[in-house]
Design a binder for this molecule. Structure first.
Ligand SMILES: [Mg+2]
Length: 333
């Protein structure tokens, strides 16, 4: 079968990328041959994760290409943060309906800025013509035996989340309702320019018993920790870290689903022994990043969510699942 011709622009793109992402001594051979040659230092495990973003499913097709370049790398970096891994290399597969130089330049700018911040080298790529979709594979180092896992939560652990929750979901809700003009820059950035919590993940290696990044909503992602660890938990709604916009919105609508199942937060959720609380507070101050204690790990299976009045909150919506809820993604209409 005849393949669609690759975009000749990729040579230019890759050269542009090569100039803007980090150059690293562990890249023995980067872009330009049939394969990259990479060196993993002794004693390090290679952490590998891959994510695909598809127009109309994961983002609006008309989103700013600079934001998209940022986000396509950020969601991958967030997975490394959750493992306590240091990001090092990325590969990129771009499928584009057309080669639009200004779109590509802006995409590369967003991607490269974030890559440079975290010392990530782009070591390979592929470009194809087709419906807009972006796949990034990220590679990181973590000392053998020290990775943060979902399966390490213990009964009695405290549960924490970094940053604040619900803003990205609220921004998405407003954009879907066609109310994008009234959206504040802060709220829009929480959806389009998530900041991966790499520093937090690295420091938590020695403090946390388990961790996950929040991509599908607190309820679903904390549920993954509980299932992998064979434990249950209780969290309290009034302890969730919410900005004033989200708090006002909850006060008006009572829709806690937006915070618990909205997704796209890209914060870390982790558990740690209660006697590590002071160290976690110190780390939070050092990184200038909130680490909020939201509940405890318990032996009884399942997640119990407690409302401010002490009554249990009952879920009405699950975390975002592309296969379980077809058609519920972003419309590119
Ligand atoms: Mg993840």
């Amino acid at each position: 079968m005849k393949q669609p011709s690759p975009l000749s622009e990729f040579d230019l793109i890759s050269r542009y990328f090569a100039n803007l992402t980090a150059s690293r001594g562990d890249v023995l051979l980067g872009i330009g041959d049939d394969a990259a040659l990479l060196e993993v230092p002794p004693g390090m495990a290679l952490a590998v994760s891959i994510d695909t973003l598809v127009a109309g499913v994961h983002f609006f097709a008309d989103v700013s290409p600079e934001s998209l370049g940022h986000k396509s790398l950020a969601v991958n970096l967030s997975d490394l943060a959750a493992m306590g891994a240091e990001p090092v290399w990325a590969t990129l597969a771009l499928t584009l309906p057309e080669a639009n130089p200004s779109w590509l330049e802006a995409f590369v700018r967003g991607f490269s800025r974030l890559a440079a911040i975290h010392g990530v080298a782009l070591v390979g790529g592929d470009t194809t013509r087709g419906p807009l979709s972006i796949t990034v594979q990220i590679h990181g180092f973590v000392p053998v035996g020290q990775a943060l896992r979902r399966s390490g939560a213990r009964v009695g652990d405290r549960i924490y989340v970094t940053g604040s929750l619900g803003e990205a979901a609220l921004a998405l809700k407003r954009l879907q309702a066609g109310a994008g003009e009234g959206l504040s820059v802060e709220l829009r950035q929480r959806l389009e320019m998530p900041q991966p919590r790499i520093e937090a993940g690295l420091s938590l290696r020695s403090l946390a018993n388990s961790a996950i990044d929040l991509s599908d909503g607190l309820q679903a992602d904390l549920g993954h920790i509980l299932a992998a660890s064979g434990v249950g938990a209780r969290i309290r709604l009034q302890q969730l870290p919410l900005c004033s916009t989200v708090m006002d919105w909850i006060a008006k609508t009572g829709e806690w689903d937006q915070v618990l199942a909205g997704g796209d937060d890209y914060e870390l959720c982790f558990t740690a022994a209660a006697d590590r609380h002071d160290e976690i507070q110190q780390l939070s101050q050092k990184l200038n990043l909130a680490m909020s204690h939201i509940g405890e790990v318990e032996s009884m299976p399942g997640l119990r969510v407690i409302k401010p009045d002490g009554q249990p909150w009952l879920a009405t919506k699950r975390g975002f699942d592309h296969f379980a809820t077809p058609g519920s993604g972003v419309s590119d209409g």
